[in-house]
Design a protein around this ligand. Structure first.
Ligand code: PAF
Length: 269
């Protein structure tokens, strides 16, 4: 497609408003919008939900068309990972934090599929959601390190009216679990409020968030971390905008969410 700019939105399907917002962003960026739907086996660990991951290709096709997608790429597993496939991408640093601790092979799977899709689609822009903050950081780094001539664009988290971050996995939640899942966004909002009113100790903010999350039924915390937004390394004092990220199992469903904590601007200095 010479002479045209291409924006690309890779997804695993079961599209929701979060994905649609990525597509709308892509639509604004380039002449042609390409999206992909592929549930990537390489990013699921043993015992994770690859087989159960929700799929609805027909509905997804209609939604993508409505969102202005020009080309929807829906490859089969054996087209991307034929027999004897054996090349995978690793990264030394960012995958050591947050989700990488409990999902040690996940980001290798993500980087591998994203790089393959980049080579197939050859986009000028690629849009990723900030809900997967660590994924976005890792893909930015991979794009830079591997000299992909692609501008990576981050798009804000899209939430349900009650605060729950949109995710295809929300489908797994029972009504009661869905109520419990609201503790994630509540914990983040409380932390933002505390920082706005002067709390600068990461340990105190983390403890409060942990209490908020564990006070509701069926929650098990994977991590609640406050870290540097670039390196993801933990910080102890909120003396600049920092990342607060969490991963929590609600029943069997692992959910993630995050926000930026910004200390109030000191107007006296
Ligand atoms: O964020 C996702 O849906 C997936 O990790 C991605 C980027 C499509 C790679 O499979």
């Amino acid at each position: 497609m010479q002479g045209f700019t291409i924006a690309f939105v890779p997804t695993m399907g079961y599209l929701h408003e979060g994905h649609i917002s990525l597509m709308e962003k892509g639509r604004q960026l380039a002449d042609v919008l390409i999206a992909s739907i592929f549930v990537n086996p390489a990013q699921f660990g043993p015992g994770e939900d690859y087989d159960a991951y929700p799929r609805n290709p027909q509905k997804d096709s209609a939604l993508a068309q409505k969102a202005g997608v020009d080309v929807l790429f829906m490859p089969e597993k054996n087209q991307l990972y034929p027999e004897k496939y054996e090349t995978y991408i690793t990264q030394s640093n960012l995958p050591r934090f947050l989700c990488g601790l409990s999902r040690p092979t996940h980001f290798t799977g993500v980087m591998t599929i994203v790089a393959k899709l980049f080579n197939i689609v050859k986009p000028h822009y690629a849009v990723f959601g900030q809900k997967d903050y660590q994924q976005l950081a890792i893909i930015r780094k991979m794009t830079h390190d591997l000299n992909f001539d692609i501008k990576i664009v981050g798009a804000p988290i899209v939430r349900e009216p009650d605060g729950l971050a949109m995710s295809s996995r929300n489908k797994y939640l029972s009504p009661e679990q869905r109520r419990s899942a609201l503790a994630l966004s509540r914990a983040l909002a409380q932390a933002q409020q505390s920082v706005a009113t002067g709390e600068i100790r990461a340990s105190a903010l983390i403890e409060t968030a942990q209490k908020t999350i564990t006070s509701v039924r069926e929650t098990a915390i994977d991590y609640v971390v406050i870290g540097d937004p670039e390196t993801l390394e933990e910080v102890s004092v909120i003396d600049r905008p920092v990342l607060m990220a969490l991963a929590v199992k609600v029943g069997q469903t692992r959910l993630i969410d995050n926000c930026i904590l910004s200390p109030p601007v000191d107007k006296t200095s």
